[in-house]
Design a protein around this ligand. Structure first.
Ligand code: DX5
Length: 221
């Protein structure tokens, strides 16, 4: 199943100019983007504060497929707000879950697909026990919290491992990469096996977000 999956560029609205969020979303839609990512930060799990479920509703209203990336210390409390907002995928951090398997099951029970995210310093061994029950594996290639950081190439083996496990165990999950993805780093992540490539500043901090999104889409087509 995964073999038939077409890789996607997933703009992250964290880096969008909120004064013109509508224009920015329309621009990436014109480029062919169908999936956007909403970074949710609680000022505790990461040293930043960002969006609530209303931003998911805003993106859904514009017809996007939406993943909510919960960078929060209490994902068990927070994820229902995002399934209620009709996020298509809700991703939680393996580092923040008391019982990852239970949380992932809870997300699915509320009608969304479930994602599990891993920070750079967390060994992949802590993540692998849960890959049989996820719809998306999110490999952070920056320390979570801020857009515009440098891509951490030493995270590539995690992507390669998840790709190998998906094939050998005939599993079916997206491999999402998030952090520092731009025209100079996207090839490495894509070749390693990522098929959902989150790009924030490379798209929305560009003078022409539509053209920037088109360029990244071309690189993985
Ligand atoms: C970090 C955020 C960022 C964002 C992407 O917590 O998750 O990675 O989505 O930002 P860029 O593409 O600018 O690194």
């Amino acid at each position: 199943m995964a073999a038939t999956r077409r890789a996607q560029i997933v703009p992250s609205i964290l880096s969008a100019d909120l004064a013109k969020i509508g224009e920015h979303l329309d621009a990436v839609k014109r480029a062919g983007v169908t999936w956007v990512s909403v970074d949710v930060m609680d000022g505790h799990f990461v040293p930043n504060l960002s969006f609530g479920p209303d931003f998911v509703k805003l993106c859904k209203k514009r017809g996007f497929f939406v993943d909510a990336h919960l960078m929060v210390s209490n994902p068990e409390t927070v994820y229902p707000w995002f399934t209620d907002a009709k996020a298509d995928i809700v991703s939680v951090h393996v580092e923040a879950c008391e019982a990852p398997a239970k949380t992932l099951e809870g997300i699915r029970k509320r009608g969304a697909k479930c994602g599990l995210a891993i920070k750079p310093k967390t060994p992949i061994e802590k993540f692998l026990p849960f890959i049989g029950q996820i719809d998306l594996a999110l490999v952070m290639t920056v320390e979570p919290g801020f857009g515009g950081q440098k891509f951490m190439a030493d995270m590539l083996p995690k992507i390669e491992r998840l790709s190998a496990e998906r094939d050998s165990r005939k599993l079916d999950y997206w491999i999402q990469v998030d952090g520092g993805i731009d025209s100079g780093t996207i090839d490495k992540a894509f070749k390693a096996g990522a098929d959902s490539l989150v790009a924030g500043s490379a798209v929305f901090s560009a003078p022409d977000p539509e053209a920037a999104a088109r360029e990244l889409i071309k690189k993985i087509s």
